[in-house]
Design a protein. Structure first.
Length: 287
């Protein structure tokens, strides 16, 4: 029998908090761990995701940072604004979160959509970002087949959040398709069953629309303006873009470090948390 993987077991023995903060009127859910006197680290999940994307990383990072994993705008249990969501909306929400936390300097790490938002934040608010990690990040290209696949899987899971549809969405993220990811599926299924979440998912999927995506894409001028030390982290089996695209992204950012994790898909921070935590912390701590 396969070993059961609980989303909470990695936090046993760790002092952490789940709660809500008011970010300029947006009720925002967070998971938080670490000493408030330490530097702030914010972790940003991908499209249709939620704070549990970083459940296996809070403990190790809380030793060095006041670590937040948030449900981004329109996602998870955070308020849904009721309009199509573009990158500027996510950046504005993140900046409101930082003001509410009471910091104007942040270590910022994002996966997929979260990486897109993190990169745009570093472009628009260079003084706010101390160090930046782009983890299988979106925002550098528009692949019609990938965009179609994301819409199909995501809308199927939101419109009919059965075990099978939600599990298919989770498994798409992972390199190892042999695991069932039961606890992750149950967590996401509960989120997708919230009243009104079909409309929320349509708003989240706005960036998969070719016209909307085109005006949000980051190019050489934007990536080239990033001044924060940056790690671009890719994987051998990412379903959204291959290693070549990750390397291209890194090449546009002055002085960026590029690393590839083997045997992982779109969630290396979950699939191989030990390797991710080591790489991630070494970079964030300047080691």
């Amino acid at each position: 029998m396969a070993e059961f993987e609980s989303v909470w077991s990695d936090l046993q023995g760790v002092a952490f908090e789940q709660g809500y903060l008011d970010a300029d009127g947006v009720r925002t859910r967070f998971l938080r761990a670490g000493d408030p006197d330490k530097p702030v680290l914010v972790l940003l999940h991908g499209s249709g995701g939620h704070a549990e994307a970083y459940i296996r990383n809070l403990a190790s990072h809380s030793e060095h940072f006041h670590t937040y994993s948030i449900d981004m705008l329109g996602h998870g249990y955070t308020d849904k604004p009721g309009h199509p969501l573009e990158v500027s909306h996510y950046v504005a929400h993140l900046m409101a979160v930082l003001r509410t936390i009471g910091t104007d300097r942040v270590y910022l790490s994002g996966e997929s959509l979260g990486g897109w938002v993190a990169a745009r934040t570093a472009v628009d608010h260079p003084d706010a970002v101390v160090r930046l990690v782009l983890n299988t990040a979106g925002g550098s290209q528009a692949d019609p087949e990938v965009m179609k696949r994301i819409i199909t899987l995501s809308m199927a899971a939101a419109e009919s959040p059965t075990w099978e549809t939600v599990q298919a969405r989770i498994k798409w993220l992972m390199a190892d398709k042999s695991k069932d990811y039961d606890d992750l599926v149950a967590s996401r299924q509960r989120i997708y069953r919230q009243p009104g979440f079909v409309d929320a998912m349509r708003d989240i999927m706005a960036l998969q629309d070719p016209e909307i995506r085109a005006r949000n894409i980051l190019g050489p001028a934007q990536y080239g303006s990033i001044t924060a030390p940056t790690l671009v982290l890719w994987t051998s089996d990412d379903p959204t873009a291959d290693v070549t695209e990750g390397r291209r992204m890194a090449s546009m950012i002055p002085g960026a470090r590029f690393e590839v994790m083997q045997g992982c898909g779109h969630w290396p921070q979950y699939e191989d948390a030990k390797t991710f935590n080591s790489l991630h912390l070494d970079f964030l701590l300047g080691r």
